[in-house]
Ligand binder design. Structure first.
Ligand SMILES: CC(C)(COP(=O)(O)OP(=O)(O)OC[C@H]1O[C@@H](n2cnc3c(N)ncnc32)[C@H](O)[C@@H]1OP(=O)(O)O)[C@@H](O)C(=O)NCCC(=O)NCCS
Length: 248
């Protein structure tokens, strides 16, 4: 019985190097923020969020785990985080809350990043209105990051993490997962290229890079969907219920 229960939330990769390794997929907690920031920095070198530094990213991931408007899912191998994704259930609400609640914690890391690289200041000003760039309406979640540790790439963890993200997103009534991706980032484009009915909503330049904004419908991609293990530190907003508690 115990083994059966465990198999519900663990996953063995297809790669021979990790063939006998079992992975647990669970919600990120605030104490996972340091490890989540490390994976972000490794996976997205040179991007604005990474240039804002480790301290900034730790606060961002703490906020993701602790907000009604965000959530993260991690893949753990023997308790070590090896892949993670973070999503804003509503970018507008999440980033408004992040700026309000975390400003005093991120002010020094951001100021230091600007001292080290003054050229990023224009990107920071643009990034300050991230929600305006995505313009995702309610019920459309924005993927802030999805990445796998270098040591675990090409093991099938990325696509499986997407299955968990979609299972969770559907459970709270999201209809679309939106991803802002750099055009030259081929691995992620190849990976999501397999999903059903995805479309490029727009192409634009941001942070000095050519970006694509993908929208992936959740309903069309639930064949392999699963729910992460454990409980989120702060449950995400549930769009199934209206304010009066009625199903909508
Ligand atoms: C994108 C990313 C998450 C993919 O994760 P992954 O676990 O390595 O994904 P997989 O390779 O198992 O993905 C499945 C498919 O995507 C394609 N793919 C992924 N990386 C590829 C690469 N470098 N070359 C060719 N195809 C690739 C393949 O079709 C692959 O299937 P296959 O292995 O059966 O051929 C990973 O490359 C990553 O963490 N990148 C850095 C972070 C990042 O840029 N994130 C996106 C922006 S938020």
């Amino acid at each position: 019985m115990c083994c059966v229960l465990r198999m519900e939330y663990v996953y063995a990769t297809r790669n021979t190097q990790h063939a006998i390794t079992m992975f647990e997929f669970r919600y990120l907690q605030p104490y996972d923020a340091e490890a989540a920031a490390d994976i972000h920095i490794e996976g997205q070198p040179g991007t604005v969020l990474t240039l804002l530094g480790h301290r900034f990213l730790v606060e961002l991931y703490r906020a993701v785990a602790g907000s009604e408007w965000g959530a993260g899912i991690g893949v753990f191998e023997d308790g070590t985080l090896v892949a993670q994704t973070a999503m804003a259930v509503s970018s507008k609400k999440f980033f408004t809350e992040f700026k309000r609640k975390y400003l005093w914690r991120i002010a020094i890391p951001v100021a230091w990043a600007i001292v080290c690289r003054p050229q990023i200041i224009s990107h920071i000003i643009k990034g300050w209105s991230y929600a305006d760039q995505t313009s995702s309406p309610e019920r459309e979640g924005d993927v802030i990051f999805l990445g796998v540790k270098k040591s675990h790439l090409r093991s099938g963890l990325g696509p499986e993490l997407v299955n968990y993200m979609f299972g969770w997103a559907d459970s709270i009534g999201l209809v679309s997962a939106n991803l802002m991706i750099e055009k030259r980032n081929r691995p992620i484009r190849w990976m999501i290229g397999r999903l059903n009915d995805l479309r490029i909503a727009h192409e634009f330049e941001a942070y000095g890079r050519q970006m694509l904004f993908y929208k992936v419908p959740i309903h069309a991609n639930l064949q392999e969907a699963k729910l992460p293990h454990g409980e989120p530190f702060c449950p995400a907003h549930n769009y199934h219920l209206s304010q009066s508690g009625k199903m909508v």
